[in-house]
Design a protein around this ligand. Structure first.
Ligand code: GLN
Length: 548
């Protein structure tokens, strides 16, 4: 059996330092050095999962292959590495307490007092260990501790990882602390004090960081590194700069590499025999990351895509989607610029003006009726003006409603999610959802197979007919309307294997060059090194249009 090493990443000073992207980048680097990794997130909140939180609160809910609703950081982990994440990669305080209290009720702890230490901390440690028990081939388990050191909520997690080191040894565990080294602009001075305080806070929990990852505007010079080293008790060569990026987050693995982070980790764990240290190394995987970086720096072309949704002020609400759209441009060396439009601000009068610069129109997933009318206007505009269109989940629902109202002349056709009393419920609750009353984790979630019609646009896009995609929804195309739609030119080109659920739709070629919508969320499976074919073909069709 392989020996698995554990790297814990904590965050200090302030939130939003990009811990998720940092740990994902470390994962990418370790993979580039030939190691097998997985990444886990420990989230300190009491919700069992983020599935019941508003995107305004929490950003996107990311869905894993096995149907867990998770923090959006898991999206970064999957995009930056080849790790296959499952339910076990996303742990919350809510889940931990749920398990422990359930055991207590069953009588598993009869006669004893149930306490944070050891019962809660033991359960946290179990969840960490489970990943390597499930996959003994793992070289590394990287664990992100959510929140900022000093938060009340993260204390049990910090205590658990302190004990974890005691259990499995200092030589098998590493603590990385991501911290802020701000510049006071008026004085032009770089300040190390917040980092010193943050490390002290960590020390109070019994944790001495082994590596400091310092977010700052620029690379730290040797003098600053020495100062941080002295006060924080971390050797200067393990004080790593994490400067602001100039173009895209995909530069981060390379920046860490330049800062020698991968070598430092390998030296720490004495793994030079598996992945020799290097001074200058040509690494095929790092070269791929470098190529992506170049697209952002010197794009061969740029294309503008309008995304019309409800949570546009918050980039994180559609994080995977925005990333997937940019991946779609990579094969063409193209940079994808987004025109983000709040659907509530779109109407018949202003639609043309709002969309005049867009070479493609995308309607993402969403919930509830707010803003739907604006989305319908945008779809009508895309359909009638033959602008490439891509609908995702609620975007498919809206495309179906728009077609019903404007092509099939079904007045006020709707989804029963928006209008339960509509005369034409072209989208309705799935049968399996009818008797569900609980909200948490009860949607149709995770990857399901879909069979694509041969000869369809979707077959061209995927290059195959059997696909697997991830879902998160309760409503579906209403089957009794299938004939009416297909007679007028909407092709129901992807169905569930039992033919019961419509998974993809497209318009006949004679009606539109590229009009597609999917019931699933392809954005969850797109990676910078493997862009999803739907996004690639969508961008390709928009590039053709923008050339015209
Ligand atoms: N609200 C719709 C449903 O539940 C669509 C969900 C989504 O877009 N993810 O079916």
């Amino acid at each position: 059996m392989k020996k698995t090493r554990y790297i814990f990443v904590t965050g200090g000073v302030v939130s939003s330092l990009g811990k998720g992207v940092s740990i994902a980048s470390i994962g990418a680097l370790l993979e580039a050095r030939g190691f097998k990794v997985t990444i886990q997130k420990l989230d300190p909140y009491l919700n069992v999962d983020p599935g019941t939180m508003s995107p305004f609160q929490h950003g996107e809910v990311y869905v894993t292959e096995d149907g867990a609703e998770t923090d959006l950081d898991l999206g970064y982990y999957e995009r930056f590495t080849s790790a296959k994440l499952t339910r076990g990669n996303s742990v919350t305080t809510g889940q931990i307490y749920f398990t422990v209290i359930d055991r207590e009720r069953r009588g598993d702890y009869l006669g004893r007092t149930v306490q944070v230490i050891p019962h809660i901390t033991n359960e946290i440690k179990n969840r960490i260990l489970k990943l390597s028990e499930k996959d003994p081939q793992l070289d590394f388990v990287l664990v992100e501790i959510g929140g900022t050191v000093g938060d009340i909520e993260s204390v049990p997690f910090l205590e658990a990882i302190r004990q974890f080191r005691l259990d499995i040894g200092i030589e098998n565990t590493m603590f990385i602390h991501l911290t802020l080294v701000p510049t006071i602009t008026v004085a032009g001075e770089v300040k190390t004090k917040p980092t010193q305080h943050s490390v002290k806070e960590l020390l109070k929990q019994g944790i001495q960081p082994d590596i400091l990852l310092c977010r700052s505007s620029n690379f730290l010079n040797d003098e600053l590194k020495k100062k941080i080293s002295l006060f924080c008790n971390v050797p200067a060569h393990r004080v790593i700069s994490a400067p602001d990026i100039s173009h895209s987050i995909y530069e981060i693995p390379l920046i860490y590499h330049k800062e020698n982070l991968d070598n430092e980790i390998i030296k720490y764990f004495k793994m030079e025999d598996i992945s020799p240290l290097f001074v200058e190394m040509k690494n095929p995987m790092l070269e791929k990351w470098e190529r992506i970086g170049t697209i952002f720096k010197n794009p061969k072309k740029t294309v503008k895509i309008a995304v019309i949704g409800k949570y546009m002020t918050l980039g994180d609400a559609y994080r995977s989607l925005f990333e997937a759209l940019s991946h779609g441009g990579f094969p063409f060396g193209a940079k994808v610029d987004l025109i983000k439009i709040n659907s509530e601000e779109v109407n018949k009068q202003n639609i043309k003006d709002k969309l005049k610069e867009a070479s493609g129109i995308l309607i993402p997933g969403g919930f509830g009726e707010r803003g739907v009318e604006g989305k319908l206007e945008a779809i009508k505009y895309a359909r009638e003006n033959k602008i490439p269109f891509f609908g995702i989940c609620l975007g498919l629902h809206c495309a179906v409603i728009e077609f019903a109202r404007n092509v099939l002349k079904m007045k006020d056709a709707d989804s029963t999610e928006m209008n339960p009393d509509t005369e034409y419920p072209v989208i309705s609750l799935m049968e399996e959802q009818m008797n569900i009353t609980e909200k948490g984790g009860t949607m149709r979630l995770g990857a399901y197979p879909c069979v694509i019609k041969s000869g369809s646009l979707f077959e061209k896009i995927y290059g195959k007919i059997n696909i697997f995609e991830r879902h998160r929804h309760r409503y579906e195309f209403t089957n009794k309307y299938r004939d009416e739609f297909t007679k007028k030119g909407m092709i129901l080109s992807g169905l569930s294997p039992n033919q019961n659920l419509v998974e993809t739709i497209e318009l006949e070629k004679s009606m539109h060059p590229f009009f597609v919508a999917v019931q699933y969320h392809p954005e969850f499976k797109s990676k910078p090194l493997e862009p999803h074919p739907l996004f690639v073909k969508f961008i390709e069709s928009t590039l053709k249009l923008s050339k015209k």
